[in-house]
Design a binder for this molecule. Structure first.
Ligand SMILES: C[S@@+](CC[C@H](N)C(=O)[O-])C[C@H]1O[C@@H](n2cnc3c(N)ncnc32)[C@H](O)[C@@H]1O
Length: 280
C-alpha cells in the first residue's frame, strides 16, 4: 500500500475525531479558555525562551498546545492535514483573544511547499504526532529545513518502548505484544471504534495506520540532518491512561491535566520522552 493510502485513511479518522475532541473532558477547552496552559509539566523547564519567537507547530491538531505556546509569547503557525482541526483552532484562538495566529493545512511531508521555504526560531511537535508518519528520516529532513540557523527543535512524545506492551491486560505484568520496529511499509493497522478521549463514541472511520519509531531512529535521523542534540529525557509517567490498570499520579495531576503511572514499580517502563536539538 502507498503512503497516500495510509495518509488519506488517517486523515478521514482525524477529521471525524475533531468535534469529539473539542467537546471532551480530556482536552478541556473550557479550562484552556479560563487560562490553563495545556503544556506538560516538564515543558516549561525544557522549552527555549518563547517571547517574540516565530514558532511552527507540526501536527497541531485543534491548537491547544499551539495556543498555550502563543500565550508564552511565541508567534505561532500551526500545521496539520485536518482542515476541521484547523478551523476549530482558529475559533478557539478567537474565543481566547489570542491574535496573530496562522493555521496551515498540509501533510507534514508537503510542509516545505506549504511554508514556501519559511524558517522558524522554534519547531515544536509531539504528543502522538510522529507515530502517524511512516518515514522518520524524511520527517527529520523537513524539520531541519524548517528550523532557522540558531533555531531549536523541541519534541515530546509517547515512548516507543511503552507501545510494545499488551494494552488489553489488566494485571501488573507487562507482556511484549507489538513490534518495536515498524518500517515505513509495515505500519500497525488498527480497526478500533471510538477515540482516546471517548472510548464509546460512535465513529464511522475506525481504521488507522501507525508506526512505532524507536528512540534510536528518531535521534539518528535528527543527527543525520545536521541538528545537534541538547538533551533526551525519559519519564515514567504518562499524559493518558496507556494501560487499563494505570492510576492517577496525584502529585502531578490537576483538573483537566491528568498524569498516570503504573500501579506497581512505575520505574519499570518509560512512558514519555522529550528532546531538544539545535541548528548551529
Ligand atoms: C494526537 S494529535 C497531536 C497533537 C497534540 N499533541 C494533541 O494531542 O492535540 C495528532 C495530529 O496529527 C495530525 N496528522 C496526522 N498525520 C498527519 C500528516 N501526515 N500530516 C499532517 N498532520 C497529520 C492529525 O490530524 C492530528 O491533528
Amino acid at each position: 500500500m502507498t503512503w497516500e493510502h495510509y495518509r488519506d485513511t488517517n486523515r478521514a479518522l482525524w477529521d471525524e475525531r475533531v468535534a469529539i475532541h473539542v467537546g471532551s473532558d480530556f482536552y478541556g477547552v473550557e479550562q484552556f479558555l479560563a487560562g490553563q496552559s495545556k503544556l506538560r509539566f516538564f515543558e516549561h523547564d525544557e522549552l527555549p525562551p518563547l517571547t517574540d519567537k516565530r514558532l511552527l507547530h507540526l501536527q497541531c491538531h485543534f491548537g491547544l498546545d499551539t495556543l498555550s505556546l502563543a500565550r508564552l509569547g511565541a508567534t505561532v503557525t500551526g500545521l496539520d492535514f485536518s482542515q476541521p482541526a484547523l478551523d476549530a483552532a482558529a475559533d478557539i484562538a478567537r474565543r481566547a483573544g489570542i491574535e496573530g495566529t496562522r493555521w496551515l493545512q498540509s501533510d507534514v511531508y508537503a510542509a516545505r511547499e506549504a511554508l514556501g521555504g519559511e524558517r522558524f526560531d522554534i519547531v515544536y511537535t509531539g504528543g502522538g504526532a510522529i507515530n502517524w508518519l511512516g518515514d522518520i528520516e524524511r520527517w527529520a529532513s523537513i524539520v531541519a529545513d524548517s528550523v532557522a540557523p540558531g533555531g531549536t527543535l523541541y519534541l515530546w512524545e509517547f515512548h516507543p518502548v511503552a507501545d510494545i506492551f499488551d494494552d488489553e491486560r489488566d494485571d501488573v505484568q507487562l507482556v511484549a505484544r507489538y513490534p518495536y520496529f515498524t518500517p515505513p511499509s509495515a505500519p500497525h493497522r488498527w480497526d478500533t471504534p471510538g477515540t482516546y478521549t471517548e472510548g464509546d463514541a460512535v465513529t464511522q472511520h475506525t481504521v488507522s495506520y501507525e508506526w512505532n519509531h524507536p528512540i534510536g531512529s528518531v535521534v539518528s535521523a535528527l543527527i543525520a540532518v545536521g541538528l545537534r542534540l541538547e538533551f533526551l529525557h525519559e519519564f515514567p509517567v504518562n499524559a493518558f491512561k496507556r494501560f487499563p490498570n494505570m492510576v492517577l499520579d496525584e502529585t502531578l495531576s490537576e483538573p483537566g491535566r491528568p498524569y498516570y503511572v503504573l500501579p506497581e514499580a512505575p520505574e519499570r517502563v518509560p512512558m514519555m520522552y522529550s528532546l531538544r536539538a539545535v541548528r548551529d
